[in-house]
Design a protein around this ligand. Structure first.
Ligand SMILES: C[S@@+](CC[C@H](N)C(=O)[O-])C[C@H]1O[C@@H](n2cnc3c(N)ncnc32)[C@H](O)[C@@H]1O
Length: 160
C-alpha cells in the first residue's frame, strides 16, 4: 500500500537549520511563525479562529533515513524510535501543538514553533482538551526528563 499525500501549505518559522533550535513547542515559547495554506484548501479554515491551539501534522522534509533505535536529545541511552519524537522515522511525520494567534485569509499566525522553515504541512486539527488530554498519563522513559525539553536545543544528529 502507498499513500500519495500532498502538502496543503507551508510552515514559515525563524529556524533555518537544526542546530540550536527547540526540540518541542515547550522549548519554543513565544517564537512565532505562520502557516500559509494553499488557495484550494482555504475554505477548510472556517471556524478555526475559535481555537486557541491547533495540532499541526507535517512532513520532516529534511530527514532522509531512519534508525529503529535512536539516542534522543533528552537522553544518553538508546530508545526505540517509536518511543521517541525523533524526526528521522520510517514515515517522517511531525506533530506540534501550537498557539493560534489569528487568521488572515489563508495565513495562520502561530506561536511556539519547533519545525524548520519551509516545512510542508500535511494537516491541521483543532486541539480539544477533552479529546487530546487523557487522564492518568505515564511518560515512560521521559517521566523525569520531559521538562528538560524547555531548555534543550537540537543539533544535526538527525539530519541526513
Ligand atoms: C524532536 S522533533 C519534534 C517535532 C514535533 N514536535 C514532534 O514531536 O513530532 C523537533 C526537531 O526536529 C528537527 N526538525 C524540525 N523540523 C524539521 C524538518 N522539517 N525536517 C527535518 N527535521 C526537522 C529539528 O532538529 C527540531 O529540533
Amino acid at each position: 500500500m502507498r499513500f500519495d499525500y500532498r502538502p496543503i501549505g507551508v510552515i514559515d518559522t525563524p529556524w533555518d537549520g537544526p542546530e540550536n533550535m527547540p526540540i518541542q513547542p515547550a522549548g519554543a515559547a513565544g517564537v512565532e511563525g505562520t502557516v500559509r495554506l494553499f488557495e484550494e484548501y482555504r475554505e477548510g479554515l472556517q471556524d478555526i479562529e475559535g481555537f486557541s491551539h491547533i495540532i499541526l501534522l507535517y512532513h520532516f522534509h529534511r530527514s532522509r533515513s531512519f534508525e529503529l533505535r535512536v539516542i534522543p536529545y533528552l537522553d544518553t541511552r538508546p530508545h526505540g524510535v517509536f518511543a521517541t519524537r525523533a524526526p528521522r522515522r520510517p514515515n517522517p511525520i511531525g506533530l506540534s501543538v501550537v498557539r493560534l494567534l489569528r487568521v488572515e485569509g489563508g495565513t495562520l499566525y502561530i506561536r511556539d514553533v519547533d519545525m524548520l522553515d519551509g516545512t510542508p504541512l500535511l494537516d491541521i486539527k483543532p486541539f480539544v482538551p477533552e479529546f487530546d488530554v487523557p487522564r492518568d498519563v505515564r511518560a515512560g522513559w521521559l517521566e523525569e526528563l520531559q521538562h528538560a525539553a524547555r531548555g534543550r536545543r537540537s543539533d544535526d544528529r538527525f539530519a541526513g
